[in-house]
Design a protein around this ligand. Structure first.
Ligand code: IMP
Length: 202
């Protein structure tokens, strides 16, 4: 019997990406859709590690299985790290990816070139029956002046990489190879590889 691990997310794209990254590992991943009795976790912590940890711990407690949870934010240097943990709802109630990008472009309107550095940060926490582990991945870039590119989601069209392209101008495969989430997932895969050698079964 293989170890079952819950991915504490309702986002099917995220689930698929994680499944693909961990396909060589001896485990079975399950999404929250398989656990309708698990209460929704309120993401009310002041930072990304706090939210990721809270989701992992609460779902593990309710379902009794090892749980992986993540939280991601965009941290802009000129804005003191904002929107950070508020990235999803930066432009207020009813925020969309587009309204969030527009608000950020407005806030950054007067910030000169050379002071527009930003980073995406993903924190992934794994709660096992013994303890919790957290890893993180980051991607450095700058905030552009106009949205560009058709791919990706969220702030991708205004996040400019060192080669001048926005994240939304990369294919999904290219993005996953270099992204904050991709890097955090590589670290999580190494962590799981070690843990599963010691305790392979549910
Ligand atoms: P979540 O924690 O993955 O749900 O991400 C929170 C918010 O950060 C999302 O609603 C997006 O606005 C933004 N975000 C997360 N990951 C990315 C990404 O890879 N590209 C662009 N925006 C992202």
């Amino acid at each position: 019997m293989l170890r079952r691990i819950i991915v504490a997310s309702n986002n099917p794209d995220k689930f698929r990406e994680i499944q693909e990254k961990f396909s060589a590992l001896p485990l079975i991943l399950q999404s929250l859709a398989d656990f309708p009795f698990v209460p929704k976790v309120v993401e009310d912590q002041p930072d990304l590690p706090g939210n990721a940890r809270k989701k992992a711990v609460e779902v593990w407690r309710a379902a009794g299985l090892w749980t992986l949870a993540d939280d991601t934010g965009l941290e802009v240097v000129a804005l003191g790290g904002a929107p950070g943990v508020f990235s999803a709802r930066y432009s207020g109630p009813g925020a969309t990816y587009e309204s969030n990008c527009l608000k950020l472009l407005e806030e950054m309107h007067h910030v000169p070139e050379g002071e527009r550095q930003a980073a995406f940060r993903t924190v992934i926490c794994l709660r096992t029956d013994e303890r919790e582990y957290c890893v993180e991945g980051t991607l450095q870039g700058t905030i552009g002046r106009n949205p560009r590119g058709e791919n990706g989601f969220g702030y991708d069209p205004i996040f400019v990489l060192s080669d001048g392209r926005t994240l939304a101008e990369l294919s999904l495969e290219e993005k996953n190879r270099i992204s904050h989430r991709g890097r955090a997932l590589v670290k999580t895969e190494m962590l799981l590889r070690g843990l599963l050698e010691v305790s392979p079964f549910p």
